[in-house]
Design a protein around this ligand. Structure first.
Ligand code: SF4
Length: 1023
């Protein structure tokens, strides 16, 4: 029976969807063929036509993002087609493999011998555990490892590399359900002692890793697949229970599944894969390094159902990708010719390589930048390229620069430089998700120290991580026998004195000071204000920026953190404990996140690896730096289930154990070569309309080694699939200028004019570029004030020793210690009241009903208890007083709580302006204060005026409005942009040169760093 689907399907998709409930189906879904639509339609067919309840269908995907997309689309279909059933969707099993594994383990914890409270190791914890084990390995403290490594001991320099290799083998074994002890059993008397010692080391590290996970009651990614797979294979009753629980199983991205995942699936389906629909494409199999097996697709026992229409790319792009597949041994059986639904492209595919016999990363970078400027409508393409005019320019977010590998790509470095030079905005996507979660995790642990109860685990996490990172020995001394100790006990002077390393002891004391300041702020500020304070005054922003997370992404995350606090407060009083609980749930989600779950910038060109780009599409894609494949590196190894472990030739040739001797070597090498071609196929098929492929090598050949670029070029030449380019814009323009005397006057003039226009444009863009060459230092007005007071004090604040809040004056600046007009009732938090008044002012209401409505609405977000009415009266009275004298109230020209950012070469100066009245000619900044006047307020608002001048490109007036005075007082703020320019310039110089001058004086008396500062002025009685 054919499904009457509301999802419009083409004939090949419909055939795949309409398979019977009991059928197994292998859907071959090439790039852009609408596989998610097919999965959703198949899911709906099983529900609607076959009558399968939601909770008896299991849908497994590879990434969280794919699972979320599938869930959303199914929810939308169900809401439209069977709204009365929508409420049953909550029991649906639509997850990624690791979420399913975790759910399985939790459901069967006692039977599996697992603690029911077990959790998933986070990326931060994973890193900490490896660091912990590395330190013990290097100190020779892992039991079972021979100190002389079988007579071939590594040098101290080789130890870290050896540890990495051995741990990779441990994870490889865990991921493939291979017991390392089996490797030891395979050792014979003929094996060299050095080899046997290394196998012993693998066994010892595997035992230690497992023990460390259990000690912390955690599971890693391998556990989440291997534990369910073993249980299902070894326990027939358990397997039968799960087999009977599901009527059909759907699997996305099947080519990316590992042996263990395949075993799990087989057991769930009753051992024969019946009632299973898999969707995959071995042309896109690019996760072999993470144990994915294309054999799972090839051996799947069902007829192949290829999807034939591509809904993403233009035909000329598909033709080049198709030519690549057809020339690849091992892929021909999967080379279904794709037809482009969107027809032929108006823009040719471009292949760029430098002129003959030249290797030039710079030329490639300039060519890519020329192409990008052409797409963005910033400049014409070089004439020699003869490209059609862009009818509609693209936006930066429409373009992706994709490469094989981030770290080793010299092409990427050159392109980054060229983009900066030309002011082309871009963002590196690599590692951002993980840097975000590491920084967030560290922040979560730091705030957890403010909670009562045993805190040793949180303190361990804080002190192990940046910026503190004290040694293992110091941690041991500090935390010995501290299982049930609170934060105060753990950081007590008595304990700190046990730490023999002086630097580490100083770090712990700095942390103690920081925790005290956080606790103080937490006690005195309202929760929202405390949250904002804790975000800006702890290392969160700094660590993320340093790790290369884009400022847009950091801002997004900060907004999410604040919104989480707002959401919780809308549902009742929010406490730090409940906030951290909810944050923990967010972090948990990150623990199931795969590499494909990336966050993209919305205003920049994304630079990413092919693996990160998988599953994404862009109007324009540049595949850069195509180079000959790497040769076997030192880290490489092969684990043979029949013959044991083989290492790289360089390491192990002398023990007769180099990789080439492994029976798996030749097939693995073939698979590696095949995967390189799949990676290029995935890269090419990300593009919708514009595709660029380039290499820094002439003809794509480095020395005598060919790259896949050479193959593409050969195909393009024979079949006219692309245009081959070798020149770049500036090269052409420069040569036109230098040879101007040899060409006709008109031509020379034309060339010179083009050159001048081009340079002027480039220089203007360079001036207005918002791309900083290095990591930006996020600073507030308070940091500027601190730097001006004493650069060394600022440096101490941001140093590894105390990169957390250590400055009382910031708290003083936001907390009104007194409220001059009305004494607030006992127990009312002045900062909370101040925030309440600000929130009402933000509404810019008139007097009367509108003001009353604002007061009532905003008051709901605050827990003023029995003082509520009195405080509303006070707020009303102060706001009405301000409106009466024209210092508050409605205006079309006013913006409230306006966040700003000024990016300089090295700084990101940010803050929030209470109110800006701007009619396009005259701008006026207003900052409302509840407390008494203070000279520091003038510095703060003058900094805002400076920031406004930078953003609006004209001067703004500035004033302070003291609402707590009777009558309401207003002070004009003198602006002084030169002063702030000078501070910023000096700060940038300090950051670049690493020199922070000390300015000892009266200020030292209140400096939090005087105990560690050798320049601190002595405290005199007059101070
Ligand atoms: S003690 Fe004085 S000189 Fe040292 S950092 Fe503090 S303010 Fe600067």
């Amino acid at each position: 029976m054919q499904t009457k689907s509301r999802i419009s399907l083409d004939p090949s998709q419909q055939l795949a969807v309409d398979r019977a409930l009991l059928d197994s189906t292998n859907v071959v879904a090439g790039a852009g063929t609408g596989k998610t639509s097919v999965l959703v339609a198949r899911y709906m067919k099983l529900v609607e036509v076959d009558g399968v309840p939601f909770d008896r269908l299991l849908a497994l995907t590879f990434t969280l993002k794919a699972a979320a997309e599938m869930r959303d689309r199914i929810r939308a279909e169900v809401a439209r087609r069977m709204p009365d059933k929508a409420r049953f969707l909550f029991g649906a099993w639509i997850q990624n493999f690791h979420q399913f594994g975790f759910r399985f383990i939790k459901e069967n914890a006692p039977a599996l011998g697992v603690d029911p409270g077990v959790d998933v190791v986070s990326p931060a914890e994973f890193e900490r555990m490896e660091r912990w084990m590395r330190a013990r390995f290097e100190a020779g403290r892992i039991p079972g490892i021979a100190p002389d490594f079988g007579g071939d001991p590594p040098t101290p320099i080789e130890l870290p590399t050896l540890f990495n290799t051995l741990m990779q083998i441990v994870h490889k074994c865990r991921g493939n359900m291979i017991d390392p002890v089996r490797m030891r059993e395979l050792c014979t008397a003929e094996d060299f002692p050095a080899y046997v010692a290394r196998v012993d080391a693998v066994v010892a590290l595997a035992v230690e890793w497992e023990a460390e996970l259990r000690r912390r009651n955690l599971l890693d990614f391998s556990d989440m697949i291997a534990i369910p797979a073993r249980a299902l294979l070894g326990d027939a009753a358990l397997a039968a229970r799960y087999r009977d629980a599901f009527d059909h199983i759907l699997v996305d991205e099947f080519q990316d599944t590992s042996r263990a995942q395949n075993e799990m699936l087989k057991a769930l389906s009753g051992g024969d894969f019946s009632r299973v629909t898999v969707v995959g494409d071995i042309k896109q199999a690019i996760y072999r390094w993470r144990d994915a097996r294309t054999e799972n697709v090839i051996d799947f026992p069902a007829e192949k159902r290829p999807l034939e229409i591509n809904y993403r790319s233009r035909q000329n792009i598909l033709n080049l990708a198709q030519a690549l597949v057809e020339s690849t041994e091992g892929l021909q059986g999967f080379a279904t010719e794709l037809k482009a639904d969107r027809g032929e492209g108006a823009h040719p595919v471009l292949l760029f390589h430098p002129p003959h016999e030249e290797t030039s990363y710079e030329l490639e970078a300039r060519a890519v930048a020329d192409w990008v400027q052409y797409l963005l409508g910033r400049a014409d393409a070089p004439r020699a390229w003869q490209l059609p005019r862009m009818e509609e320019s693209l936006k930066a977010k429409d373009i992706a620069i994709v490469m094989r590998n981030f770290r080793t790509s010299r092409s990427r470095n050159a392109i980054e430089d060229e983009f900066r030079r030309r002011g082309i905005p871009f963002a590196l996507i690599g590692g951002a998700a993980s840097a975000e979660s590491l920084a967030l995790e560290a922040w979560h642990e730091l705030l957890s120290l403010l909670l009562p109860g045993p805190r040793v685990v949180n303190l361990l996490a804080v002190l192990e991580a940046r910026p503190f990172a004290i040694s293992e020995a110091s941690l041991h001394q500090l935390l010995h026998k501290a299982r049930d100790a609170s934060t105060a006990e753990l950081l007590s002077e008595e304990r700190v004195q046990r730490v023999s390393d002086e630097r580490d002891a100083m770090v712990v004391r700095s942390l103690r000071e920081a925790v005290a300041l956080l606790a103080d702020a937490h006690e005195r500020l309202g929760f929202r204000e405390f949250l904002a304070w804790a975000i800006e005054r702890t290392p969160l922003r700094y660590e993320m920026t340093q790790a290369g997370v884009t400022t847009t992404a950091v801002d997004d995350l900060v907004r999410e953190l604040l919104e989480l606090g707002d959401t919780l407060s809308r549902h009742g009083a929010v406490s730090l404990a409940s906030y951290l609980d909810h944050l923990d749930a967010t972090l948990d989600e990150g623990r199931f996140r795969e590499e494909g779950d990336v966050r993209l910038p919305d205003d920049r060109i994304a630079m990413m690896t092919v693996h990160q780009a998988k599953g994404l599409e862009f109007p324009a894609v540049a595949v850069i730096g195509v180079a000959p494949p790497r040769t076997t590196s030192d880290e490489h190894f092969t684990v043979s289930t029949e013959k044991g472990i083989f290492f790289s030739e360089k390491t192990a040739a002398r023990w007769m154990r180099d990789r080439k001797k492994a029976p798996e070597y030749e097939p693995e090498k073939k698979q590696e070569e095949l995967e390189e071609r799949c990676i290029l196929y995935v890269a090419l098929t990300r593009a919708r309309d514009h595709l660029w492929v380039s290499t820094p090598f002439a003809d794509g050949i480095s020395g005598s080694r060919r790259s896949l670029f050479t193959d593409l070029m050969d195909m393009a030449r024979t079949k006219a699939l692309a245009i081959e380019l070798r020149s770049v814009g500036e090269e052409r323009l420069h040569s036109a200028q230098s040879s101007a005397h040899t060409v006709a006057d008109a031509e020379a003039e034309d060339a010179l004019r083009t050159w001048v226009d081009h340079r002027t444009g480039a220089e203007q863009r360079e001036l207005s570029s918002d791309v900083a060459p290095r990591a930006l230092e996020p600073v507030t007005w308070a940091s500027l004030a601190r730097y001006e007071t004493c650069p060394l004090m600022f440096s101490f604040d941001r140093s590894a020793v105390a990169r957390v809040a250590t400055e009382e004056s910031d708290v003083a600046a936001v907390v009104p210690r007194d409220f001059p007009v009305t004494k607030l009732p006992e127990g009312v938090d002045p900062a909370g009241f101040g925030a309440f008044v600000h929130a009402v002012l933000e509404q810019r209401n008139e007097q009367g009903a509108a003001l009353e409505a604002s007061l009532a609405a905003v008051a709901q977000r605050y827990d003023f208890g029995r003082h509520k009415e009195a405080l509303i009266d006070t707020a009303r009275e102060r706001i009405v007083a301000a409106i009466a004298v024209g210092l508050a109230g409605p205006s079309d020209k006013a913006q409230s709580e306006l966040p700003f950012q000024v990016r300089t070469q090295r700084l990101l100066v940010h803050g929030v302006i209470d109110r800006l009245d701007d009619d396009g000619k005259d701008a006026l900044i207003t900052d409302y204060k509840m407390g008494s006047p203070d000279p520091e307020h003038h510095f703060q608002v003058a900094a805002y005026a400076w920031a406004a001048q930078k953003t609006l490109k004209r001067d703004a007036r500035a004033r302070l409005v003291y609402l707590g005075l009777e009558p309401v007082d207003v002070e004009t703020v003198e602006t002084n942009h030169e002063r702030f320019d000078a501070i910023v310039a000096a700060m940038e110089h300090s950051l670049d040169s690493g020199t922070f001058e000390a300015k000892p004086g009266a200020v030292c008396a209140t400096c939090a760093h005087r105990t560690v500062c050798e320049f601190a002025a002595p405290i005199t009685s007059s101070q």
